[in-house]
Design a binder for this molecule. Structure first.
Ligand SMILES: Cc1ncc(COP(=O)(O)O)c(C=O)c1O
Length: 379
């Protein structure tokens, strides 16, 4: 039996809703399914009217960057250990990335290090909740307040996670979620932007609609629509929103399926931590997490390479990421070099993600765990 790293989970009504979108004759963005998704998302996050669906988390970050008044002398702080979109969105506006190292326990931005990087040019800070595990939002918001920084949460992986009871993705001036097929809640490619300021949400709506006030026109608020600001094509089609609605309606059961697999990995593999062979995800006391990723932190690169190859021989796909952004060709073009952010570099070489998605059950976690325990001579 082959176990892929990820298999998209169909919760029930996805195809039915897509066929309804086709029958409705509204397949472009901002249709009835999109509206329902936005209101359900607001409910899940306990927000009032702040969510806008986008074509991806990347596009939500790009809109947030456009709303952050950046210039070519601006700097923004982000962890090096993240996906490229956390950086690209702001680099597209000409701002300079300033990379912080990560905390070896949570794998989130090391906030003491981030604090030490703030200059008079720093305008934005981008907390990334890696694996759905929360950054220390109290400390981060205090740093942002003191230094008058815009907070843009990259909550791509964090739907359903919270910090001291408040949903992640609701702290920042803006936040971005992903519904890419590898995330907890999916629609192929998709995302959402949360704007904490209602006026900025209105501008975000214009940017999302190619820089026009077409949304106001559709609502009958203006009698024609026209070019208002820079913008792009960032609205999720109603075909994708139809798929997404089925997922959001099953939010609780999808999260539970994922949590069951995660919990089984945790109990079967705890022995690796006891014996000092690997570390399992660390969950801080302020965080309720969403089981987005189950990873092992192995001793070194060679152990990880051998374990990946053992699992592959057994038909099990495990993966690793990220190449720290400061060591990438783009990172080097900003003056960074290998060796500058040691924790990010070490984690990048030793972290292994195990197959985890809502389509799997505890039996899959058992099969993968058995092979890992065998690899370490523990069966
Ligand atoms: C931390 C982070 N930010 C941004 C993204 C980009 O999300 P999307 O594919 O929806 O643009 C991802 C995707 O994996 C991610 O993990």
């Amino acid at each position: 039996m082959n176990i892929n790293f990820n298999t998209p989970y169909i919760s029930g009504k996805e195809l039915y809703y897509i066929s309804q979108a086709v029958m409705n004759g509204h397949t472009a963005g901002d249709g009835p399914f999109g509206k329902k998704c936005e209101s359900l998302l607001n409910k899940i996050l306990n927000l009032e009217g702040k969510a806008l669906l986008t074509t991806s988390c990347t596009s939500a970050l790009e809109i947030a960057a456009m709303l952050s008044n950046l210039t070519t002398s601006s700097e923004f702080i982000l962890p090096s250990y993240t996906f490229v979109s956390s950086a690209n969105a702001f680099c597209l506006r000409g701002a300079k990335p300033i990379f912080a190292d990560i905390d070896p326990l949570t794998l989130n931005m090391d906030l003491d290090h981030a604090n030490s990087l703030i200059t008079s040019q720093t305008k934005v800070i981008v907390p990334v909740h890696y694996a759905g595990i929360s950054c220390d939002m109290k400390m981060l918001m205090d740093i942002a307040d003191t230094n008058n920084l815009t907070v843009i949460e990259d909550a791509a992986q964090a739907i359903g996670s919270s910090y001291n009871g408040q949903a992640l993705g609701t702290f920042g001036d803006f936040s971005a979620f992903s519904f890419h097929e590898t995330k907890n809640i999916i629609c192929g490619e998709g995302g959402a932007l949360i704007s904490n300021d209602t006026r900025k949400k209105e501008t975000a709506e214009v940017i999302r609609e190619k820089g026009t006030n077409r949304a106001q026109f559709f609502r009958g608020q203006v009698d024609k629509y026209t070019w208002q600001s820079i913008g792009s094509s960032y609205i999720l089609s109603d075909l994708s929103a139809a798929f997404l609605l089925a997922q959001l309606e099953n939010f609780q059961s999808i999260q539970k399926r994922r949590m069951d697999v995660y919990t089984r990995y945790k109990s079967r593999l705890a022995i690796l931590e006891t014996k000092g062979l690997a570390k399992l995800p660390f969950i801080p006391s302020y965080n309720a997490h969403n089981s987005h990723i189950f990873y092992l932190l192995l001793e070194d690169l060679s152990t990880r390479t051998r374990l990946i190859s053992h699992l592959k021989k057994c038909g099990i796909m495990s993966v690793f990421h990220y190449i720290p952004l400061h060591t990438s060709p783009m990172g080097e073009s900003y003056g960074y070099k290998r060796g500058m952010l040691p924790v990010s570099e070490h984690v990048s070489q030793t972290l292994l993600r195990l197959p985890l998605c809502s389509a799997y059950d505890e039996e899959v976690a058992d099969k993968v765990s058995n092979e890992i325990l065998y690899f370490f001579g523990l069966t």
